[in-house]
Design a protein around this ligand. Structure first.
Ligand code: ADP
Length: 485
């Protein structure tokens, strides 16, 4: 396992490192600044000594014999004679200070003034003209005092460095601990949230900083997880409820048929018909649930191709004709315009079947269902399914697309239904970039309208096949049509 430092330890190391680096840079620049100041002070002192010496030599050099001159120089303490070297134009040493005798070996002359260093000495070399002849002067200054200052300074810097590093580490540790405390609080709160307390929300501090943003983000995520959990629970409860009734009817029918001491062919047939009808209800419910599970997980495959709107609607009407006839309902088709859509033919077929099935289901015998395709003034291809059935109350209209929702009047009018059909219909229109709207007058009928944006390109195609017709997979729809009978 790789060794991992905690965030707090990492922050401490980082703050310590950054502080230490800053300290080292500061120390280096302070040392360099001090050193150059020291050198400048020494050089200024040498220059002012040179001015004094110039005055002295201008007055005495040409006038006095060499021995007298040497004595005069030795007697002027201000000239610091121990650190002075004087050469005549021939290179002969006129004066050689006691502390700088080793400088009296170099007889060469240079005209430019120059500061140089030699062991512990800072030396100013210059050639000045007295009485028309060039004399070389070398003034030296002992650097041992300045050296001591710089050595002491670096000693203190080195002594302070670990202390500074230590206090930076300590400060970093304490500060990062305080900065991370709200995060630890969030971790504790999140730990306390289990699957049964998903409605719990984290305390949001009104600090306007990242912690507030983090808690708000986590609360948003918790709300989504909570909603998803609720939906799963509701789905399980609703599905169990919807499946239980047909299964109990199947069992009861079978038990009654078995217990019948004198079974007739007719009584057996009735029992079997009942069982078949209930089994088909379950098949339809499971079919819808499976479809929704696939759409929820994004696993529902789509096969886009060119599909004729009018042809697709015609085929669905043909598949529903016998349902309508069974209820003496007139099923009419009006075609005021056709267009070819980029659509998944089988899903489009399923959409029409779901809407037609509802229209027939919720219309009383002798009623009428009209289907109309047309191209709207705004260029949208539309298909309307209009019935004169039970209609939908305004309160129910808001919920009819919800999973498992069935309006009270629908339950009373027809016991066949799961409340899943319109959600599937809405999903199908969604993947075709179409809209599904409904208008209804309770007791007078409903109009379901699908509007497609006619476009040349496939909207969300997974595969394209240039198919002018409508290839319909009527397998599952056949069972749908049968169930509603
Ligand atoms: P169901 O299987 O119950 O028909 P749907 O999801 O297809 O489920 O429809 C949801 C609800 O919308 C229905 O239970 C019914 O209340 C209402 N509904 C749908 N279509 C119609 C219609 N044509 N006329 C009246 N009510 C309808």
């Amino acid at each position: 396992m790789r060794f991992k430092l905690s965030v707090r330890a990492r922050l401490t190391v980082w703050s310590c490192g950054v502080f230490f680096l800053g300290f080292v840079l500061l120390a280096i620049s302070a040392y360099a600044g001090l050193r150059s100041t020291v050198v400048k002070v020494v050089d200024d002192e040498l220059t002012s000594r040179l001015v004094g010496l110039d005055n002295f030599l201008g007055e005495h050099l040409v006038r006095l014999p060499v021995t007298k001159l040497q004595r005069e120089i030795s007697s002027h303490a201000a000239l610091k004679p121990a650190y002075l070297v004087l050469q005549d134009p021939q290179g002969e040493f006129l004066y050689c200070g006691a502390s700088v005798t080793y400088l009296c070996t170099d007889a060469s002359m240079t005209s430019t003034p120059m500061f140089s260093r030699m062991s512990d000495l800072r030396i100013l070399s210059v050639v000045h003209v007295f009485g028309g002849a060039p004399y070389r002067i070398r003034l030296a200054s002992d650097l041992s005092f300045e050296r001591t200052i710089l050595r002491d300074f670096s000693f203190w810097l080195l002594l302070i460095a670990p202390l500074a590093g230590l206090s930076a580490a300590l400060g970093g540790y304490v500060l990062s601990g305080r900065a991370l405390e709200p995060v630890r609080g969030i971790i504790r709160e999140v730990h306390a949230i289990g699957e049964h307390s998903l409605d719990h929300r984290l305390h949001v501090p009104s600090t306007g900083d990242d912690i507030q943003l983090l808690t708000e983000t986590l609360n948003g995520m918790l709300a989504r997880v909570d909603r998803a959990f609720r939906q799963v629970r509701e789905l399980t409860a609703n599905a169990s409820h919807e499946l239980r009734t047909p299964i109990s009817i199947i069992r009861t029918s079978a038990e009654i048929a078995l217990l019948n001491a004198r079974p007739t062919i007719e009584s057996q047939r009735q029992a079997l018909l009942q069982i078949c009808a209930e089994a088909e209800k379950n098949t339809r419910l499971l079919d819808h649930m499976l479809m929704l599970a696939r759409t929820d997980s994004g696993a529902q495959a789509l096969q886009f191709s060119r599909v004729s709107l009018a042809k697709s609607v015609r085929q669905a009407i043909a598949a529903c004709q016998h349902l309508a006839e069974a209820k003496q309902i007139v099923l009419r088709l009006g075609n005021d315009g056709d267009t070819s859509l980029w659509a998944d033919a089988s899903h489009l077929h399923r959409l029409w079947l779901l809407l037609l099935d509802n229209a027939v289901k919720y219309t009383a015998p002798g009623g009428e269902v009209r289907v109309q395709t047309y191209i709207g003034p705004n260029g949208l291809a539309k298909c309307e399914i209009v019935d004169n059935g039970i209609g939908i109350e305004a309160d129910d209209l808001k919920h009819i697309f919800d999973r498992f929702y069935r309006a009270e009047n629908a339950r009373l009018a027809c016991d066949v239904g799961s409340g899943l059909g319109l959600e599937i219909a809405q999903w199908i229109t969604g993947v075709h970039d179409a809209t599904l709207t409904v208008e209804s007058v309770p007791g007078a009928g409903s109009t379901f309208r699908v509007a497609f944006a006619v476009r040349r390109e496939t909207p969300r195609s997974e595969s394209r096949k240039d198919d002018e017709g409508c290839e319909v997979d009527a397998g599952s729809e056949a069972s749908l049509a049968r169930v509603t009978r």
